[in-house]
Design a protein around this ligand. Structure first.
Ligand code: FAD
Ligand code: SF4
Ligand code: SF4
Length: 483
């Protein structure tokens, strides 16, 4: 039954959808949370206090109109609530699943700050859009009146997909180029199914295709097609290529068999989930089954690796992180899930060598240095430093390096030396995500550095608005010249 009033946080506790038991979920790649029944979602939405200044909305990168859709949801007006949430987001059900809400909307919820436990905004958002898909409320993508202009988008991750949808609505021909054989970027091949089931991503892509967006897959720009060719072919180009250059621990033994990169490992696992033939996995090189796995790193990628290894049936899984739990970049929630699933954490521990027989035999152990937190650096973060005489050895036959990503060298890859980049290799943009090249825009991780899906979507939304302005100006200039 619909709630008639809000402010239910006074008498109703915070609740998230029930999680499957760790022992059960550690054997499959299905999402770990079960779906809410409607009364539970409505009851949780009604906990919102309808703040005059909604800090949840301020701290949502998309500035989603959270209090209003919570009110509509609490009143049982689910279709209207969904429409409102979809007005500012191209994929609310994906954000509801994988945004680190504790650092964004929910972390800033006023009732969280008052000690009552945040409104479970992400779970309500997921419920609304999953319900919309089930009940047929997600409208097809309708292209605007044909503009006669086309946009080439490089990269089919959340940034590229968001820009594609918004620009298609403006009537442009949209061509998305991606080097993978499936669209979705890290939604498809990075993030594991236990956080985001692949069918959820694929139905979004199918909707874009049905709306006339053309996907050119297995097409690497700079190799299969030139960047200059795309600039000549399209009226505007958006670079949304993400960041893929893996950082390495830089310790001896990194080239031993059994030492692998996080994304190679996760891509192989995700491909197996699609039923693909994956030689690297089938040979055992990228498969944790029966192995003693050590993952190096403390971010979300490391958490995805440890939890994937558990599901593949690893003999043991240990995560090494050079700072402590409180200073870990990964989501607190993901660490807790990993612990529930049996992952061991070695805090304040950094690898100093990957050991094995001879100079190039397979890895058999990780030599580990115990660390402590020293003085803070310029950013205020305390730097880890070695603790004297505290090295130890961990047996390992699969070591996964998950230390983050930097930008690839795009000016070289694209043969575009005039494409300005920052000292980190990310693309330098002026206001409105314009690059140094006329008609070329950029958004997502390739601008911001490794970040979040919701930020990629936000930047793509802003970049699409700027591209629309650029194309409209170009069209009116063309019309004037023709007159
Ligand atoms: P991407 O998603 O990286 O997409 C870029 C696309 O460009 C890729 O498909 C790539 O194949 C393509 N491409 C690159 N170069 C070329 C080229 N030359 N030619 C053609 N195509 C090219 N964020 C969250 O919010 N929540 C999470 O839980 C989360 N978990 C993560 C887990 C992992 C393992 C990783 C690695 C990241 C995670 N992130 C998470 C971060 C998030 O996935 C990224 O911030 C987001 O996907 C960036 O979107 P994007 O569109 O900029 O780039
Ligand atoms: Fe919260 Fe992310 Fe949804 Fe914004 S998009 S409301 S930050 S879950
Ligand atoms: Fe509701 Fe929390 Fe947002 Fe306030 S901050 S409007 S209580 S969700």
């Amino acid at each position: 039954m619909a709630e008639s009033s809000m402010l239910a946080f006074i008498h109703r506790d915070q609740a998230y959808p029930a999680k499957r038991a760790a022992a059960e979920r550690a054997h499959d790649f299905a999402e770990i949370s079960s779906a809410w029944a409607e009364p539970e979602a409505l009851a949780q939405a009604a906990r919102c206090s309808q703040c005059g200044v909604p800090f949840c909305q301020v701290h949502c990168p998309l500035q989603n109109n959270i209090p209003d859709w919570l009110l509509l949801a609490a009143e049982g007006r689910l279709e209207e609530a969904y429409q409102l949430s979809a007005a500012t987001s191209t994929m609310p059900e994906i954000c509801g699943r994988i945004c680190p809400q504790d650092r964004l909307c929910e972390g800033s919820c006023v009732i969280e700050q008052s000690g009552h436990g945040a409104v479970t905004i992400g779970a309500v958002e997921k419920f609304l859009t999953d319900t919309a898909w089930e009940r047929g409320w997600v409208a097809p993508l309708v292209p605007g009146a044909p503009s006669g202009q086309s946009v080439g988008i490089i990269g089919a991750g959340p940034a590229g997909l968001t820009a594609a949808e918004l620009l298609r609505q403006q009537g442009h021909d949209i061509h998305v180029y991606d080097r993978h054989d499936r669209a979705g970027g890290l939604l498809t091949y990075g993030i594991p199914g236990f956080k985001l089931e692949k069918a959820v991503v694929m139905r979004r892509i199918a909707r874009l295709e049905a709306g006339g967006i053309r996907f050119h897959l297995r097409t690497e720009v700079g190799r299969d097609v030139g960047f200059a060719t795309l600039r000549a072919r399209h009226d505007a180009v958006l670079i949304a290529t993400g960041v893929y250059r893996a950082r390495e621990a830089g310790v001896p033994g990194a080239s031993r068999p059994g030492v692998v990169r996080a994304l190679d490992y996760l891509i192989a696992s995700n491909r197996k989930g699609f039923g693909d033939k994956v030689p690297g996995f089938d040979s055992g090189a990228l498969n944790a089954t029966g192995r003693r796995v050590v993952v190096v790193g403390g971010g979300d990628t490391a958490m995805d690796c440890v939890r994937t290894a558990v599901r593949q049936g690893a003999r043991s899984v240990t995560c090494l992180y050079r700072r402590d739990r409180a200073n870990m970049p990964g989501s607190v929630r993901e660490v807790a899930y990993a612990e529930e699933e049996g992952v061991l954490f070695e805090w304040l521990a950094a690898p100093v060598a990957f050991e094995g027989d001879g100079a190039d035999g397979p890895v058999t152990a990780v030599r580990v240095q115990r660390m402590r937190l020293g003085a803070a650096d310029a950013s205020g973060r305390r730097l880890p430093e070695p603790e004297a005489n505290t090295q130890f050895t961990l047996a390992a036959d699969l070591v996964i390096e998950a230390l983050g990503f930097d930008a690839e060298d795009l000016p070289t890859a694209f043969a575009a030396p005039d494409l300005a980049v920052t000292r980190w290799g990310t693309i330098r943009t002026a206001g409105g995500f314009r690059t140094s090249l006329p008609g070329v825009f950029a958004a997502g991780d390739i601008v911001r550095g490794a970040s979040l899906v919701v930020w990629a979507m936000r930047e793509a939304r802003d970049a699409a608005a700027e591209i629309q302005h650029y194309l409209a100006t170009a069209a009116s200039r063309g019309a004037k010249e023709a007159a």
